[in-house]
Design a binder for this molecule. Sequence first.
Ligand code: NDP
Length: 487
Amino acid sequence: MQSFEQYIDGAFEDGSARFASIDPATGKVWATMPEARGTDVDRAVKAAEQALWHGVWPAMTATARGKLLYRLADLVQANAPKLAELETRDTGKIIRETSAQIAYVADYYRYYAGLADKIEGSTLSIDKADMDVWTRREPIGVVAAIVPWNSQLFLAAVKIGPALAAGCTLVVKASEDGPAPLLEFARLVHEAGFPKGVLNVITGFGPTCGGALTRHPGVAHIAFTGGPGTAAQVVRNSAENLASTSLELGGKSPFIVFADADLESAANAQVAGIFAATGQSCVAGSRLIIEASVKEQFLSLLKTKAEAIRIGAPLDRATEVGPLCTGRQREHIARVVAASISAGAKLITGGRAAEGEGFYYQPTILDCDGVNSPSIETELFGPVLSVVSFTSEDEAATLANATPYGLASGVFTQNLTRAHRMIKRIRAGIVWVNTYRAVSPIAPFGGYGQSGHGREGGLAAALDYTRTKTVWLRTSDDPFPDPFVMR
Ligand code: NDP
C-alpha cells in the first residue's frame, strides 16, 4: 500500500486525516492520501501569503523566476514516466495517453518560464505636461488552483505556469479522485528549489477542503476547472472576499461532419474525440452532427472502429480504452444511457459495463435522430457518442449551438468557404477544422456560456495573473497647484 503526503510551506506532511484511493482498474484500495481540512487549508494559504510578500520570492527578478520554472520543466520531463504511471494507477487513464501528455506538460512550464521576464507594463503618452505615467504588472496575489480528476498534472500546469511566471504564489487542490501525481509533483517543486510557501499542494474533499480554500480571505484569485454546478458554488464562495475567478468547465461539444469531408479521416478524429481518455475529456466531441446523406456510411465506419478498440488494463501500452475513474461516474453514464434508450435512442454499439473487475464501460454510440435523448444534453464525461443528422449548413450550425455549453467544436469539410462560415457561426471557445483534440501552451483555451470564462494558455493567461498598478510621477519643481481643482 503506497502512502502520499501533502506539501505545505516547504514541508511534506500527513493531512488532518487520511483517505483511501481506489485503483479504477480493480476497484480496490491501492494507496492512502492526506486529507486537508480547514486548518490545513488555512496554514497553506497563510504560507502562500507569507511567501508572496516576504522573503526571497518577491525580491527575485522575473528572469530568476523563469529559471526556476525551467528547472521544474526539466524535472517534470525527467520524471514523466514515473508521474505517468502514478496518474494511470490512480485515475485509470491509459499509460499511452498519460506518458505523452506529461512529457508535453514540461513544455507548458518552459513556455511560461520564457514568458516570465516578458510580462511588461507600459509608458503612457499622458495628456499632462509635467507628469510621467507608467504601469506595472504586479502579481494578482495568492491563487487557489482547483482541478478535477482527469489530467490533473496538465490542468494544474496551465494554472501554475502562468501564475508563477507572474510572481504569484499558489495553493493547489488536487481532486480527491486520483491526487497521487500532483502530490508527487510537489516533490519536484521542492527539488527545483522554489522558496517555501510559493507552491503548496493539498487534496481533500470538495465541500470541506475546496470550500475552505475558496472562502479563505487570503485568496485573491481562484483558477477552477470542473463542472458548472461546482463552479457556481465556487463563485458564491469567492463573493465572500471578492476574489476573482477563471472557470474552465464542462462541454457537450459538437463534431460536425459534412458529406464532402474525408470520411475515413473524420471517423478517426471522431474516435479520438470521444473514446480517447475513455471520453473523460472536457473537449470530448460527444455530439456527432452528421450530414444525412452520409449518415449510414459514417456510422458503419465508426461502429467498426469502436468495436475494434482494445479495452484493457490502463498500464498495458496496447490498451486504447481503460476504466472510468470512479464507480459513481460509471453509474451516472449507465443511468443516462438507459434513459436515452427508453426515450427512443437507437443503440448502435456498446451500452454496457464491460465484464470483470474495475470501472469499465464499453465505447457506445447512440443514434438520437428525432429523439429527445438525455444523452444529447447531459455531459456524460465518458465514452458515449450521441448522433443527430442535418440536411443543410444552417441546420448544422443550429444543432451545434443547441447547448448551453460552448467549449470546443470540430468541423469536417473540404469546402474552404463553408469552413470559414461555420467558424464564425459556432459559439465555442475552440473550433478545430479537419482535426480534433489538439492543444498547445501557445494557444488560448476556454469556453463560452456554461463552459466558463477566462482563457488558459498563451500570453494573455499570464497577464490574467497580474494586476495593473499605475504610477504618476510629477516632474515639475513648482509648488503643488490649486488643491481644490482636480488635475
Ligand atoms: P467537480 O466540479 O466535481 O470537481 C472539480 C474540483 O472541484 C475537484 O477538485 C473537487 O474536489 C472540487 N470541488 C468540489 N466541490 C467543491 C466546492 N464546494 N468548493 C470548491 N471545490 C470543490 O468536477 P469533476 O471532478 O466531476 O470533473 C469533471 C468536470 O470537469 C467535467 O464537467 C469536465 O468537463 C470538467 N473539466 C473541464 C476542463 C476544462 O478545461 N474546461 C478540463 C477537464 C475537466 P473533489 O474532487 O475532492 O470533490
